[in-house]
Design a protein around this ligand. Structure first.
Ligand code: CDP
Ligand code: MG
Length: 719
């Protein structure tokens, strides 16, 4: 535990010859006042006009008119995401009923940006401007500018292969190269072709607009669809890859504004990154001039743990030094909390924003002058050998480090504190490997199969996934019964799995659960597993929390423990509602969560997900029944669904994953950590310094052969 007051501090080496060119300031630094709506609107108007992209509005609209596919490259914060859709709307691209869709890799970006744009347009969210993300739809029939996740648009393509309601689709943050973005790019290329073929005289179809007749933009005289306008937006300066992929599509660059950023490195490598980040936050707070701090952390858990530590340490400071406001920012944060991060700090206060790499390019937060970059990022990683996907924390690429430091120089000169020595920077990879090269592809294959694409290897990807990874993922889908021998979606299992907005394993668990008579329970378990960290344990309350959490824990494992937590919370809520009414009950629930070391926002999120997927399975006609206290049924169903994630105890107490021989330990947060069951199934494999399996449940070894004979043939002995 660092002791800020006693002057524990980090030594940073400054490297002043950073390569950020200096531009003249044009940004109006927001004065830190909370204002009434009129003044606020004026200020927003002014901010909009001062964005770098504003000076090229006409040209951009003209380029979109002239080119069916356009690549727009511009530095983070130049106004691409918030402004371009408005320019296109005003430029007449929605005139014949078509709408503008903008995809984001992250939920949080889709939500915050939609809110901002609705405010800029002076409309209520969900009317002209809306968003749609998995488990949450904020659009209506009047929505013209629709922000959404790329995964959501893929799902829409299932129902409407020509995406006919869109006149323009903007694929934003394409440089991130998430697997969904890559699939989407390939798919949109096809949609564009289909729409061009089905429209007459497509190459001239925009001539009439020049003549001032905008009415027939989406449909031509024959009532056929007009071509789809496709815009790829990226913050990386190299547009070549995208341009080549789209047959030499035109790329335009939007100049950004960037002030010099002083890059500082630690003298020594850090062993405890959280601690180093904490010390640096206070070092900046106590020693540097005004300006907000942005800290890049790898996930919700790290964020919440630092949040607690900052609060604790802050209390120890003299009152005059306590003017530091903390804002977490990660994807599963409830949206009203997400928006708070954009509120300027009151005069005399400093903000510290604890964010995942969402703040790297997806959202720009005004006021940031200091960036703390531990140089790490959590990514998906898949090994075709083992067939198991894990979440691992890895070093960022150089490109990511530059993006992160750039966040400090948006409104004036800034400083970036890299929590690693300069020599390490030199050794970083130049750019990040696209996710499609390092993830389990079974979900992608399932989605593409549902869209009628059976030949995954032959699909027009910008970068082909690894052949072995494709084969392994196909294998998994066979094992789950989702694909037939002809690589077609099986009926009904494959079809049903493709309809559920979940990973294939989770979908299979729900489908099987309806046969095992425990769908009610499995819905809860899958919802609880979809959110990160249900329990929230402050470092100084470890012992106390253990006792409290124990009251929920099931000797059978974490899945049942999660089920107990959910049931207990629902029971508490229902009882409270009858006694105190809905609002008060929700408030009391938050208190109940706090007392029980439960993360109330994660629990709320899990409840929302539960409601959504329950609706989904009801619509699919699956039988929802409960196994009550017969948890054996539920555990058997888990074994039948997650059979690839089965592991056996070794003599030394570690576990061997049966599918690939990998060795892992049970994560310290698991209820089975101490009891050590003989045979387990796990939900995630996390690699930090060691291999950990998380969310673990005890099963019987023999069930595997019985319930997953396609994978485990019964042998005479266990060796
Ligand atoms: O997409 P790009 O990175 O080019 O920029 P943007 O996201 O459109 O952001 C443009 C400006 O809007 C930035 O200066 C942000 O600070 C501001 N913004 C905001 O104040 N509140 C939001 N919720 C979103 C953006
Ligand atoms: Mg953007």
């Amino acid at each position: 535990m660092p002791s800020m007051a006693t002057g524990d501090r980090k030594n940073f080496n400054s490297n002043n010859n950073n390569n950020h060119p200096q531009f003249k300031s044009g940004v109006n630094n927001a004065d830190n006042k909370f204002d009434d709506s009129f003044v606020r609107r004026k200020k927003i108007e002014q901010q909009r006009r001062s964005l770098p992209i504003a000076s090229v509005e006409k040209r951009l609209v003209e380029e979109v008119r002239k080119n069916d596919t356009l690549i727009i490259v511009g530095e983070t914060g130049s106004g691409k995401t918030t402004q371009l859709p408005q320019y296109l709307y005003n430029g007449g691209f929605c005139q014949n009923g078509g709408i503008i869709g903008i995809t984001q890799p992250r939920r949080v970006a889709a939500v915050t940006v939609a809110k901002r744009v609705a405010e800029e347009c002076g409309v209520e969210l969900g009317q002209k401007v809306g968003y749609s993300i998995r488990f949450e739809d904020m659009t209506s029939t009047s929505t013209k500018i629709k922000y959404m996740t790329d995964g959501l648009l893929l799902r829409e393509a299932l129902l409407d292969p020509k995406l006919s309601k869109y006149s323009v689709i903007v694929v934003d943050e394409a440089h991130e190269r998430t697997v969904q973005t890559d699939v989407l790019l390939g798919l949109l290329k096809g949609v564009q072709k289909k729409r061009t073929q089905s429209s007459i005289g497509s190459s001239n179809s925009y001539d009439h607009m020049k003549k001032g007749n905008n009415e027939k933009e989406r449909f031509n005289e024959a009532g056929k669809l007009n071509p789809l306008k496709l815009i790829i937006m990226s913050a990386s300066l190299d547009a070549r890859g995208f341009s080549e992929y789209f047959g030499g599509a035109k790329a335009v660059h939007v100049m950004g504004r960037q002030f010099p950023v002083d890059i500082l490195y630690t003298a020594q490598p850090e062993t405890d990154c959280l601690d180093a980040a904490l010390v640096t936050i206070f070092q900046i707070h106590l020693e540097e001039g005004p300006g907000d701090i942005l800290v890049f952390l790898s996930g919700q858990e790290e964020i919440e743990s630092i949040e607690g530590l900052v609060r604790e340490n802050l209390k120890k400071l003299p009152e005059a030094n306590q003017k530091l406001l903390i804002f977490p920012l990660f994807s599963s944060l409830p949206s009203e909390k997400q928006m708070k991060v954009f509120t300027p700090a009151p005069v005399g206060f400093r903000k510290v924003i604890l964010a995942t790499n969402i703040a790297e390019t997806s959202v720009t937060i005004p006021g940031v002058k200091y960036v703390i970059d531990p140089g790490l990022v959590k990514v998906r990683s898949y090994s075709p050998d083992s067939g198991i996907e894990s979440l691992i924390v890895v070093k960022t690429s150089k490109a990511q480090a530059l993006q992160r430091s750039g966040r400090a120089g948006r409104e004036g000169p800034g400083k970036c504190f890299r929590l690693y020595p300069e020599s390490r920077f030199e050794g970083l990879d130049d750019s990040t490997v696209p996710e499609i090269k390092r993830c389990n592809l079974s979900n992608v294959i399932l989605q593409l199969s549902a869209l009628g694409v059976d030949d995954i290897i032959g699909f027009d990807f910008m970068e082909k996934p690894d052949r072995m990874a494709v084969i392994r993922s196909l294998e998994l889908l066979y094992l789950l019964g989702a694909l037939t021998d002809e690589k077609k979606l099986s009926d009904p299992i494959g079809q049903q799995m493709a309809r559920l907005p979940l990973e294939p394993n989770d979908s299979k668990a729900l489908i099987l659960a309806s046969q095992f008579d425990c769908l009610e329970e499995m819905l809860i378990v899958v919802s609880m597993l979809s959110v990160e960290s249900i329990f929230y344990v402050p470092r100084d309350k470890l012992e106390e929390s253990r006792t409290v959490i124990k009251s929920f824990s099931s000797p059978e494992g974490d899945h049942l423990t999660l089920l107990n937590v959910y049931r207990a919370s629902v029971e508490f809520l229902e009882k409270n509602k009858t006694e105190n009414g809905s609002d008060k009950a929700e408030k009391n629930l938050r208190k109940w969560c706090k007392d029980n070391f439960i993360n109330s926002r994660s629990l709320k999120h899990a409840r929302d997900i539960y409601n959504q997927i329950r609706e989904n399975v009801e619509r699919m006609g699956l039988k929802i029944s409960s196994c009550g206290d017969d948890t054996l049924q539920l555990r058997r169903c888990l074994a039948a669904s997650y059979f690839l994630n089965a592991a056996l105890k070794q003599p030394d107490g570690t576990y061997r994953v049966l599918a690939n021989g990998q060795i892992a330990e049970i994560h310290p947060t698991s209820v089975l950590r101490r009891t050590k069951a003989e045979c387990i199934i796990f939900y995630n494999l996390v690699q930090t310094t060691r291999n950990y399996v998380r969310n673990v449940t005890r099963i019987d070894y023999l069930w595997l052969a019985e319930l997953a004979p396609q994978c485990y043939a019964l042998k005479d002995d266990k060796s």
